[in-house]
Design a protein around this ligand. Structure first.
Ligand code: ATP
Ligand code: MG
Length: 485
């Protein structure tokens, strides 16, 4: 350079360049000030941002952010991401947050601040990042803002939004259900130490974790009936759209009836375990009015079973005629402290039908009773309860299942006790609870089966005695009638 141009030539060119730049800058300033005067503010900022857009190098990536909160409610995508990503921890992850409550079976694992997880969905690479920043609330208190960021190549935007995010929601629901602790909700009772886990959901319900071991595998009942119930539940779960199409509320009602100890409550627990639904155990004796019932029902959650046990006794509690006036606030409470006539069976049924029709999804309602014949016809009317399930005394099939569960006996092999027990079961009315009780009395299978034989014989003899006595009594009364005649 130095050999081709002299220093004076260089300084001349520099001066020319400088003056050209100065005149360009001057004219730009002039243009700018003219633009300021002539072009309205909004249009100006639009034009500048458009220029900036075109002259800034384009990033191939798009980043979606999911805040923990969406207004006042929780952001469903954030919650789903939190659950889903806990199963996607890669070997590169350096920090994880681990927690567990006393009753939880497994640890809860979550990403720590700043950690990144890479996921693959149909060959699309997706990078998740968990961020916590100090945010300002409206009252200018600083509050931690928790966000998940999801980055991927822009060209996959539609695939991510239309398919990947729904997939994350679905998987999270699946994981939640696998790990879900079923809860038993009851109206607050001083004798039960309910957990305050923030799930009181506004009503007077308290809850404890339900650890009832009953499953469909452990239930001794007619195998065809069992299959029918499982199929019915499966069909119910799959039919959200169908219920919508035919204009019915997405609910299912079951009436379980049968003698004590035949497994009605166990069947409800088995249903809850199978569906992973919580149970709301509603004792009607603790509800004072239709209005209170409405409040209680409104504070139950979706995917739950509302259980009303011994509905026949409840209808005794409910004074009839049911036309008595509904509860009024100003009405003085009865001496007992309960004004039960304010809760009526028709009130309950209407409330349940009405509420379930207007709000809530995936609801199951179960009534149990020992005496179906005592029930109000309103409850038995077709369409009120979808399935009437009879829980019977122990059958030979039921006995085999109990023998296998309680004593580990292989029922397909010959057993010297089975023939006698089958015969006795046919001639006696023994509940599965009674049979199970006998089988638990000894760890020695033969001793337990012998105990069961003795028990069934005793029961048969007692039954015969009662029958004979009843026959004697009726013969005496007909002789008296004849004499009187
Ligand atoms: N069908 C059954 N299969 C297996 N176990 C049963 C069955 N029925 C009863 N049991 C056993 O008996 C116990 C009592 O049964 P459960 O409480 O379910 O009977 P229930 O029909 O609800 O009685 P109640 O009418 O008195 O409420 C259960 O915990 C279970 O161990
Ligand atoms: Mg019961």
């Amino acid at each position: 350079m130095a050999s081709m141009f002299s220093s004076s030539e260089i300084s001349k060119s520099a001066t020319t360049l400088f003056s050209a730049y100065a005149s360009f800058a001057g004219s730009m300033m002039l243009v700018r000030s003219m633009a300021n005067e002539l072009i309205p503010h909004q249009l100006r900022s639009y034009l500048f941002s458009t220029f900036r857009y075109f002259f800034t190098p384009l990033s191939p990536n798009l980043t979606l952010t999911f805040d923990e909160r969406y207004g006042m409610s929780k952001n469903q995508v954030y919650e789903a991401a939190e659950i889903y990503l806990s199963t996607k921890i890669s070997p590169k992850t350096e920090r994880l947050k681990v927690s567990k409550t006393r009753k939880q079976k497994h640890f809860t694992i979550a990403l720590e601040k700043g950690e990144t997880v890479v996921d693959l969905f149909e060959d699309v690479k997706l990078t998740w990042r968990f961020l916590c920043t100090e945010g300002q609330t409206q009252k200018s208190h600083s509050e931690e803002r928790r966000v998940f960021e999801l980055s991927f190549n822009k060209k996959h935007k539609d695939k991510v939004i239309d398919f990947y995010l729904p997939y994350v929601l679905f998987k999270a629901e699946e994981i939640k259900n696998q790990d879900k602790m079923i809860r038993l909700y009851s109206k607050q009772c001083p004798f039960i130490d309910f957990e305050d886990d923030g799930r009181k959901n506004g009503g007077s319900w308290g809850s404890i974790i339900l650890e009832h071991p009953a499953t469909f595998d452990t239930l001794a009942m007619d195998p065809d009936l069992k299959k029918m119930i499982i199929d019915d539940l499966e069909r119910f779960l799959k039919r959200k759209e169908y219920y919508k199409k035919v204009g019915r509320a997405w609910k299912r009602g079951y009436l379980l009836f049968g003698p004590p100890g035949t497994g009605k409550s166990s069947l409800v627990a088995a249903m809850a375990n199978y569906l992973k639904f919580d149970i709301y155990d509603l004792r009607l004796s603790s509800v004072r009015s239709d209005a209170e019932l409405r409040r209680d029902l409104l504070s139950t959650t979706n995917r739950s079973i509302l259980l009303i046990e011994d509905i026949d006794c409840s209808s005794e509690v409910l004074e009839r005629p049911i036309e008595k006036k509904y509860y009024k606030q100003e009405e003085p409470p009865a001496k007992s402290g309960f004004t039960r006539h304010q809760l009526t069976l028709s009130g309950i049924l209407n409330c349940i039908d009405g509420l379930w029709s207007s709000c809530g999804d995936e609801r199951i309602i179960v009534f149990t009773t020992n005496y179906k014949e005592r029930l109000d016809p309103a409850l038995l009317r077709p369409g009120r309860m979808d399935m009437h399930i009879h829980m019977s005394y122990c059958t030979t099939h039921g006995f085999r299942l109990l023998a296998s569960n309680y004593l580990g006996i292989d029922s397909s092999k010959y057993n010297p006790f089975f023939g006698e027990i089958d015969g006795l079961l046919k001639s006696t009315e023994a509940s599965p609870a009674e049979v199970a009780e006998e089988l638990m009395k000894s760890e020695d299978a033969n001793a337990a089966l012998q105990g069961l034989v003795n028990f069934l014989k005793r029961k048969r003899d007692e039954g015969n005695e009662t029958k004979n006595k009843a026959t004697d009594d009726s013969e005496v009364s007909s002789s008296i009638k004849r004499l009187n005649a």
